[in-house]
Write a protein that binds this ligand. Structure first.
Ligand code: DOR
Ligand code: ZN
Length: 346
């Protein structure tokens, strides 16, 4: 039985760091274990220009704890007004790694997202030309489409047509939650990949809803049926390099989660790797962990894998706080529903 595992330092290919006191509170939790992360631009107001991304990057660097080695990979929030030249300049300068597409109204702070996809085709064409990848929140927002079907319908009605219209565009389907998402990636060429979160590998909608509603498991896209969780796990442990980790760790103050209308997001960053090691171990696939956390992502983004390593060691149940302070509030840490035995040594 494996008790210790040394792997290349992981990266997080989808992360929400927020701003201000929340940024101060949550950044150390990611920087402790991860070398790099793709930073989501859904601030209020969103990160839409090169200047916004530069300023946000500076605020992140200023919030890093002493001695931390962490590189934020910045993204721009795609709007129908995005200027292709500004984006190309930001990408050429190495400031912006990718662009994020939120369908308008799909999730937290997505009001400035895209309503008419025709209007962003020129930007997407420019991205294909310069090799800037597109990160996609893959859910339609039409009221008549059931929330559990929104990912599958998005693939058919939006993503597939966009990919047909803009050949060569590299796309990351973020936080896929269905068998449909995993199958779509597997059936397609190498210019398509997907990230998977921890909560979607560990839980299904029954865990969120049976015996009472558990708001800390509510995120978007929402947890689906068990068969979808099984398909995602199969993809994650398959060794297929088109699947990699994007935690989508998305902190909200505890009071906003434990509310009449609860905010979407799971704050997994503090225990992300322990959760993953447990999940991969249970699936008999610890040998596939390094690919998922540390190799496949850099390969798709055209970046080198990290040279340094972390060591995971199995031992006594991990102790970690149930909440962490964030300014005047707290943030509740994701509940893995079981003791975690994998300890990370940076
Ligand atoms: O659950 C989520 N939370 N899904 C998203 O797409 C956004 C995120 C957030 O920003 O809170
Ligand atoms: Zn997200």
């Amino acid at each position: 039985m494996t008790q210790s595992l040394t792997i290349r330092r992981p990266d997080d290919w989808h992360l929400h760091l927020r701003d201000g006191a929340m940024l101060q509170a949550v950044l150390p939790e990611t920087a402790r274990h991860f070398a790099r992360a793709i930073i989501m631009p859904n601030l209020v107001p969103p990160v839409v220009t090169m200047a916004d991304a530069a300023a946000y990057r500076d605020r992140i660097m200023a919030a890093l704890p002493e001695g931390a080695r962490f590189t934020p990979l910045m993204t721009l929030y795609l709007t129908e007004e995005t200027d292709p030249d500004d984006l190309a300049a930001a990408h050429a300068a190495g400031l912006v790694t990718a662009v994020k597409l939120y369908p308008a109204g799909a999730t937290t702070n997505s009001a400035s997202g895209v309503s008419n996809f025709e209007n962003v085709l020129p930007v997407l064409e420019r991205m294909a030309e310069i090799g800037c990848p597109l990160c996609v929140h893959g859910e339609v927002t039409d009221r008549e489409i059931d929330i559990f079907d929104r990912e599958a319908v998005f693939i058919e009605r939006v993503l597939d047509p966009i990919r047909a219209r803009v050949p060569g565009l590299r796309v990351i389907m973020e936080h896929i939650t269905t068998r449909d998402g995993a199958d779509y990636v597997m059936e397609n060429a190498q210019d398509l990949a997907a990230t998977i979160t921890i909560q979607h590998l560990m839980f299904d909608r029954n865990d969120m809803l049976v015996g009472g509603m558990r708001p800390h498991y509510y995120c978007l896209p929402i947890l689906k049926r068990r068969e979808h969780r099984e398909a995602l796990l199969a993809a994650a442990i398959s060794g297929d390099s088109r699947f990699f980790l994007g935690t989508d760790s998305a902190p909200h103050p505890t009071h906003a989660k434990e509310a009449t209308c609860c905010a979407a997001g799971c704050f997994t960053a503090p225990i992300a790797l322990s959760c993953l090691a447990s999940t991969f171990e249970e699936a008999g696939a610890l040998d596939k962990l390094e690919g998922f956390t540390s190799l496949h992502g850099p390969a798709f983004y055209g970046l080198p894998a990290n040279e340094d390593t972390i060591t995971l060691t199995k031992g006594a149940p991990l102790e970690y706080p149930a909440t962490i302070p964030a300014g005047e509030h707290t943030v509740t840490v994701f509940d893995p529903g079981q003791p975690l035995h994998w300890h990370v040594t940076p």
